[in-house]
Design a protein around this ligand. Structure first.
Ligand code: 5GP
Length: 191
């Protein structure tokens, strides 16, 4: 995804040598065309896996996840960080520590939207230490469903997330991989 890499280099803003701010196209204002390309790319990678559901976490995972869901023609389910009063049915839940907010969220999904017949593709905007993806994988396992892969828009490869997911036996597909944010400069893997 050359266009995504170009966007990351041109429009990404590095904070404290470890956080990449991409609020002009992914985390606040959203580039719909780019999200569509991301969805299409993940579809091409996982189209033979009989995916029945896309799973992400609110809020920033939803944009790429819903575009992927459109290409797979399956529902997009997102884990919620708080249990709304309208959600009274049984739930699967887990704890996810947020890397950027330094806060642990209790996240939930309704049991009625995930079951043992589901073949899930997990999607998120970033992969850092793998907390979000592993938390989503825990929800998949609680439901008895299978995880066919993890699709990530931007992976910070200098953090341990990818290795932790691989250690769990998961397939990881990252569309843009960052080797370093040292000196507040983006260096992509392979550069
Ligand atoms: P992990 O759970 O893998 O440690 O971190 C991934 C989650 O933290 C993503 O859901 C994302 O929202 C957030 N995150 C981690 N690193 C960054 C970053 O550099 N920039 C932004 N915008 N979000 C990040």
């Amino acid at each position: 995804m050359e266009f995504l890499q170009q966007k990351v280099i041109e429009d990404g803003v590095v904070i404290d040598g470890s956080i990449l701010k991409v609020d002009s196209f992914l985390n606040h204002q959203i580039d719909a065309q780019l999200m569509n390309e991301i969805g299409k790319n993940l579809f091409e990678t996982y189209k033979d896996k009989n995916i029945t559901k896309i799973l992400t976490i609110e809020a920033s995972g939803i944009a790429p996840a819903i575009m992927a869901a459109l290409h797979f023609n399956v529902p997009c389910l997102f884990a919620k960080k708080a249990q709304p009063s309208t959600l009274t049915e049984e739930i699967y839940s887990t704890e996810i520590h947020s890397y950027t907010k330094n806060k642990t969220n209790h996240v939930i999904i309704s049991k009625k939207f995930l079951n043992e017949d589901d073949r899930v593709l997990i999607i998120d905007d970033f992969l850092a230490n793998g907390e979000a993806a592993l938390g989503l994988y825990s929800l998949v396992k609680q439901a008895g469903a299978s995880c066919q892969g993890v699709g990530i828009v931007i992976e910070k490869s200098f953090q341990k997330g990818r290795q932790r997911l691989i250690n769990e036996g998961l397939n990881v597909t990252s569309l843009c991989r960052i080797a370093s944010l040292d000196n507040n400069q983006v260096t992509l893997v392979g550069e």
